[in-house]
Design a protein around this ligand. Structure first.
Ligand SMILES: Cc1cc2nc3c(=O)[nH]c(=O)nc-3n(C[C@H](O)[C@H](O)[C@H](O)COP(=O)(O)OP(=O)(O)OC[C@H]3O[C@@H](n4cnc5c(N)ncnc54)[C@H](O)[C@@H]3O)c2cc1C
Length: 393
């Protein structure tokens, strides 16, 4: 049974930068990727422009050359392909990791059965590093169960595993009736199909604001629904005045302090957010609370109990994404109350020795804290720890 030094799950920027470091340190590594190279970026809106300048997206010291201040998605895809080729990284595409477990017969005491709490406490002290290293010096081996795009299952083995799985695959759900209807989307792509369509966008962050502006400019009749009184503070400074002014002038209708109750085949039912304490009609920046800007065919209907039914040909639920915390929990990783993995901040090692998390996946519910520009450095630190331990064996 071949046992690698390291299996990296995910070929996003964090996984690739870890793979470069592993190759440079002479580790026997393999990257497993469920989709294509940088699969999350591949699934971003095709016309998307990064908010980050190119040098902050660089990995492996390879310059990201672009004539623009901010690179496009297409340029980023080309850049990361070039990086993969330059280092000839070992990536297996179309292979989804289903589970990560510690093989009991390679270890007297399975690692995931050790008290994560006590390890986490230990991480907080200097002695933690040596304590966790000592545990890792044993013959523990992880079994990584995978399924290929064609349904073939296999089990791979490694002494260390790095979950660089990001969060973009898993949209946050509202859990309301009708969320599974075919005109309900959790990802925004291009505005063109929504020309002269009535579109309701749920969310108050960058994705909601930018897609609202794009679809409005492409001739859609847009209503923004947000459960808070204002758009999120994290909205990009160059997007905020644009969206706020469109709301003020009424060309984009907005309903703040408003929650979604139900989605129907041609409409969406909204109600006052629990914290708002007012009817949803009282908190809109559009000229009329109940009627959207004239000429857009968006007459709304008052429902029993003060709910409002808005017509909708398409609904976008752009309320964020989250990492696969089930995969982490099943692997024995302790999670915080924000569903982030408990990590040693120096080494990114979880409560399971030899099991690491990097990049967007460390964020839990707070995905706004991790970007390519900071997540790209996690892998190098992790590989440094693994290489040091391997040398010591
Ligand atoms: C619309 C949008 C715009 C953004 N713009 C910027 C920006 O301008 N600048 C910036 O710095 N950041 C930006 N970000 C954030 C940035 O995209 C993420 O921080 C970054 O992608 C995280 O990198 P990662 O490698 O950790 O995860 P990802 O890039 O998400 O990569 C994770 C990889 O793991 C794979 N994977 C997941 N689960 C499994 C599994 N079970 N088995 C096998 N493979 C798996 C996925 O397919 C994916 O390829 C943006 C995010 C979004 C959504």
């Amino acid at each position: 049974m071949p046992v690698r030094d390291l299996i990296i799950v995910g070929a996003g920027p964090s996984g690739l930068s870890a793979a470069i470091a592993a190759k440079e340190r002479g580790l026997d590594y393999q990257v497993l990727e469920k989709g294509s190279l940088v699969n999350s970026i591949y699934h971003f809106p095709p016309q998307m422009v990064f908010f980050t300048t190119p040098e902050l997206l660089e990995i492996g010291g390879i310059p990201f050359i672009t004539p623009y201040d901010k690179p496009t998605r297409a340029e980023a895809l080309r850049y990361y392909r070039r990086v993969r080729d330059k280092f000839d990284l070992q990536v297996s595409f179309g292979e989804t990791v289903l589970s990560v477990t510690c093989e009991p017969d390679h270890d007297d005491q399975p690692q995931s059965s050790q008290s994560p709490k006590s390890l986490q406490k230990a991480f907080e002290t200097e002695s933690a590093l040596s304590a966790s290293s000592a545990v890792n010096d044993g013959p523990a081996v992880f079994a990584i169960e995978t399924r290929s795009a064609r349904g073939v299952r296999r089990v791979r083995h490694a002494r260390n595993v790095l979950l660089a799985i990001g969060y973009y695959d898993r949209p946050n759900m509202l859990n309301v009736p009708g969320e599974d209807l075919p005109h309900v989307h959790h990802y925004y792509g291009e505005p063109h199909p929504y020309y002269r369509q009535r579109v309701v966008i749920v969310g108050g962050g960058n994705s909601a604001a930018e897609s609202a502006l794009e679809m409005h400019r492409a001739g859609a009749h847009v209503t923004l629904v947000h459960r808070r009184a204002e758009l999120k503070p994290s909205i990009k400074y160059w997007v905020r005045p644009d969206i706020e002014n469109r709301i003020k002038e009424g060309s984009i209708a907005a309903r703040f302090n408003t929650c979604v109750k139900e989605i129907r085949p041609t409409s969406i039912v909204v109600t006052a957010a629990p914290s708002a304490g007012t009817a949803p009609s009282a908190v809109t920046a559009a000229p009329s609370a109940v009627t959207a800007p004239s000429g857009q065919g968006q007459e709304s209907t008052l429902e029993p109990e003060g709910d409002i039914e808005l017509p909708a040909d398409a609904v976008f639920l752009l309320i964020g994404y989250h990492a696969d915390w089930d995969l982490m929990a099943k692997a024995g990783i302790e999670l915080t109350d924000r569903r982030a993995p408990c990590l040693n901040p120096e080494t990114f090692e979880t409560s399971v020795p030899g099991l690491f998390v990097a990049g967007g996946a460390v964020a839990g519910m707070d995905t706004g804290n991790i970007f390519i520009e900071n997540g790209r450095f996690h892998g190098e630190k992790i590989v440094e720890v693994i290489a040091r331990r391997s040398e010591a064996l």
